[in-house]
Design a protein around this ligand. Sequence first.
Ligand code: GLN
Length: 243
Amino acid sequence: MELNICHLYPDILNLYGDRGNIITMKRRLESRGISVNVDECSIGQPLDVDKYDIFFIGGGQDFEQEVLLRDLASGKAQEIRNAVEDEKTFLAICGGYQMLGQYYKTWDGVQLDFIGAINVHTIGAKERMIGNYMFTCDELNCEIVGFENHSGKTYLGEGVAPLGTMLSGNGNNGEDKTEGARYKNVFGTYSHGSLLPKNPVLCDFILQTALNRRCGSAEPLAPLDDTLENNAHRYMQERLSHK
Ligand code: GLN
């Protein structure tokens, strides 16, 4: 079995080592004997969504998000909307997460109309929300540790569930205790960098959605030795619990 991952805009949306999430997905699949092919698709390159099982979009600042608008409007936005409705798996971080939504009104009043693949919208605030954070993932009944840095406050619309409930930090908007978004097989989150390396349970859950879609209902992924990953997770969990 082979899974195909598409890394969208890797040269433009890639903050704080977001790319590490792809390395983690690849390694964890290969450890189970599943081969992985990773393609990159950026500005001006055609996107054939039918080829892929998983799409990854990292974070970027307002400037980079604006730069992408023309490329999205030239066809990729429709392709991405189709792939989302077709229940392909998406992991989108911060700026990439915002981009899947309806629009982003920046703190200085510029409105960026995004692709509307998921029913969320974002309003910029003057103060940035920065730091390590922690939330419970309702679907997985576990705690996820991460790092956020954004000025956009994201609000979930009808049909979209939060990925989790905040325990420490801001998450979607610092107001309603929600973090991230779930719609079909889309996972949106504000958590940058080593999200999947530090949260192997979430990584396997995301991978399982892609395997299930591909095979009808796939065998559950076999457990791996996650001692190091769980140590990193526990360390952050303890730090954030005592804040
Ligand atoms: N530009 C967005 C914001 O500041 C996203 C930032 C990011 O991806 N870190 O809200």
